[in-house]
Design a binder for this molecule. Structure first.
Ligand code: M6R
Length: 652
């Protein structure tokens, strides 16, 4: 989604803006621009495509003497919604002496556009964003100063968005307002100026003390000071900063060819950090979540509903398998974009988990808000009966979901720059597994009937303490896998190179491997632009099998768990239709290997004899990630910033 950076202070403004926008590139964009306040005049540089195009324009047109007089500016990366990617539609947008950058959507833009035209202005772009500058200009022409003019204008627009505004009438001042789309701001130590941005990433280069602006709030950056205010009432207030725990080094590739590759390699650390953050207060208790918020409600829940989108939805699905397996609490996993527009049934003691890597996904956030609003409308004499609780699980402290859910648990993956989720997904699995194990500890008291079928119920899960010990070994195992030039890695690369030209892929798996199959297909689609589908292996014959021929590849995830035999039967059906088969299974599974055209063995060291099948997803995960990465690499796509994608989807 769009990215905003603004700066006012003594540093080189264009450098701060360009550097900041580079930090936001991961969000996805198709054009960009900056506006510099040079003395009392706005100078714009905008271009389609990569940020370097803007950088070149700035370098070509700004002799140093001119840039020295610049003390403030705003910049933007645009991910097109209203109007195609073009220089005209790129931000910043100037109307008279006002210039703005905007992230989000102005829903009532048509009526504002008509007003603008009726007032004798000709919009220069097709965007909804430009119209906001017109509103501010109109308010300033009525005699308001910049801050009240921005507040008044913001009250006139509908839709989730944030805006940062400058005016030639008040050089050096920036006003940022938020209703939905995130904004963060900071004062740089030693009079280094003030910086505002869509998230903390452009800010941590200068300071770790960051203020996250709430919806309904705004901030004025002027005279070296930050002033927080409520744009609905104009009331000023004090705010406490949040300390960012990661450093700006993590925003560099550190020798890897791509952020995605680096982030795949960071998964063991992300897991350890996440486990430790949860166990901090728990001593040696297995799976203990002592001190974590929302615990009592989780333990007492009649039902858990996990709400998510994209990769997070797949993580949630695996969470369902684990949590139901262990806790006997029914778990529903729902796509946020569907859940919010139907009339779901909710039991009195339901815990709704908003699972979101960014903590900003519009649909997931909307569900949390809707549920809270719904709860607030319940008559007070009913409220003890209706004990609905929302819990966020997110990777971003200070994010909207972390603040708006009743409670929040954090994954500790650090910043993830590659648009394709890798370590953030792995950390979500880590937290969900911890929750499942934690809930297992009082599951005996539950009276639910468990159907004892062909699947997991036949497994001997062992004592919870033992599973926990195995779980703690996963990061170490994963690290060993990821060592350069391992057999595993070579097998992945060999298979990817051989299957590069396949017409399409099905990833199939059963049980715990099924959500990973879906995640594998999503990874391949998003970074290599290859058509891929993730399927429950048993579903293939209910339709998709018609698509199989020699040009199709079926990736079969079949570790030695209680579903393996069934998956192998499905593999035979695939083979009989002539499709190529890539098997991913345990190293010692010679039978599986013999059935596959290509084979990626997952090596389990001899010492891990007790390695529990519940944990195989953690080992399948880097395998499918690196397989997709290799195909994308060979195809020459933009791995870290795939076309059309945004990292954080803040519009519905
Ligand atoms: O930030 P969220 O987890 O809420 O984002 C939801 C999806 O947009 C996201 O998981 C997306 O599918 C992944 N980045 C794809 O790799």
């Amino acid at each position: 989604m769009c990215g905003i950076v603004g700066y006012s202070g003594p540093k080189s403004v264009e450098e701060v803006l360009i550097r900041g926008l580079k930090r936001l590139e991961y969000r996805g964009y198709d054009s960009s621009g900056i506006a510099l306040m040079q003395n009392q005049e706005i100078v714009l540089f905008k271009a389609e495509g990569k940020l370097e195009n803007v950088e070149k324009l700035v370098k070509a047109s700004s002799p140093e003497s001119r840039l020295n007089s610049v003390r403030s500016g705003i910049g933007h990366t645009r991910w097109a919604t209203h109007g195609k990617p073009s220089v005209q539609n790129a931000h910043p947008h100037q109307t008279g002496h006002v210039v703005i950058v905007h992230n989000g959507i102005i829903e009532n833009y048509l009526e504002i556009r008509e007003q603008m035209i009726a007032d004798g202005f000709t919009p220069k772009s097709e965007t909804d964003s430009e119209l906001f500058g017109f509103l501010v200009l109109k308010e300033m022409n009525r005699g308001l100063r910049l801050r009240p003019a921005v507040s008044e204008s913001f009250r006139q627009v509908r839709g989730a968005c944030s805006v940062v505004v400058m005016s030639e009438k008040e050089p050096g001042t920036l006003i940022g307002v938020r209703n939905g789309s995130p904004l963060a701001v900071a004062k740089i130590e030693n009079n280094g100026g003030m910086i505002i941005a869509s998230d903390a990433q452009p800010i941590v280069d200068y300071t770790k003390e960051v203020y996250f602006i709430e919806s309904g709030d705004g901030v004025e950056l002027s005279g070296g000071e930050l002033t927080f205010f409520d744009w609905r009432t104009n009331r000023e207030f004090q705010k406490t900063p949040t300390k960012i725990e990661w450093s700006s080094d993590q925003l560099d590739k550190q020798g890897f060819d791509h952020f995605m590759l680096k982030e795949i390699h960071e998964q063991p650390t992300a897991m350890v950090d996440t486990i430790n953050s949860i166990r901090d207060k728990a001593g040696d208790l297995p799976f203990a979540l002592i001190g974590q918020p929302g615990l009592k409600e989780l333990q007492a829940a009649d039902e858990i509903i996990i709400i998510a989108c994209g990769s997070s939805y797949y993580a949630g699905l695996l969470g369902k398998y684990w949590i139901e397996r262990y806790s006997k609490i029914p778990v529903q996993v729902e796509l946020a974009s569907e859940f919010r527009y139907r009339s779901p049934l909710i039991r009195p003691k339901t815990v709704v988990i908003g699972l979101s890597q960014s903590g900003e996904t519009a649909d997931t956030l909307a569900v949390i808000r809707d549920l809270k609003a719904f709860k607030a409308t319940q008559p007070s004499n009913q409220s003890s009966l209706f004990n609905l609780i929302t819990i966020g699980i997110t990777n971003v402290r200070g994010s909207s979901i972390s603040r708006e859910a009743d409670a929040c648990l954090f994954t500790c993956a650090g910043p993830e720059i590659g648009v394709a989720a890798t370590k953030s997904f792995c950390s979500q699995l880590t937290v969900l597994f911890m929750i499942a194990g934690f809930l297992a500890r009082n599951s005996e008291t539950r009276k639910l009937m468990v159907l004892s079928g062909q699947g997991v119920e036949r497994e001997n899960t062992g004592a919870i303490e033992q599973v926990f010990q195995e779980f703690l070994k996963v990061p170490h195992l994963m690290k060993r896998f990821l060592e350069p030039d391992s057999l595993w890695l070579r097998a992945i690369e060999g298979a990817a190179d051989a299957l590069l030209l396949s017409k399409g892929f099905f990833f199939i798996g059963r049980g715990y491997s099924y959500p990973i199959a879906m995640e594998g297909a999503l990874k391949l689609k998003e970074i290599a632009y290859v058509h891929a589908e993730g399927y429950a292996a048993g579903e293939l014959k209910h339709g998709p099998i018609a698509m199989l021929d020699k040009d199709m590849t079926v990736v079969v995830l079949a570790p030695q768990d209680s579903w393996r035999e069934k998956t192998v039967s499905n593999l035979e059906e695939v083979k009989a239709r002539g499709a190529k088969v890539l098997g991913i299974g345990l190293e010692n599974d010679d039978r599986l290997k013999s059935l596959c055209d290509y084979w990626i063995p997952i090596p389990l060291p001899a010492t891990s004899g007790d390695f529990h099948s519940l944990l195989y997803p953690f080992l399948l995960l880097p395998t499918i990630q690196l397989f997709s990465y290799r195909i994308a690499l060979k195809k020459g796509t933009d791995v870290d910033k795939p076309r059309n994608l945004a990292k954080s989807v803040t519009v519905e």
